[in-house]
Write a protein that binds this ligand. Sequence first.
Ligand SMILES: [Zn+2]
Length: 68
Amino acid sequence: MNNTDTTYSCLNCDRSETDVPLVSLRYAGSQEWICTQCLPTLIHHPGRLSDKLAAADQLTPAPSDDEL
Ligand SMILES: [Zn+2]
């Protein structure tokens, strides 16, 4: 077994860490990875990730700049 070549991918768009920067997050007891381009979706529209991130529909969306 050799796990050193494990690559991670974005929970939303499934792009690999070899293609995009990934940010690690922990939520609801599990670790996930999300790319920087999908991170705003998690912040402002977490419900859109509810089928990919468990319990994401329970997150409160942060207001976007034009709503402040
Ligand atoms: Zn992504």
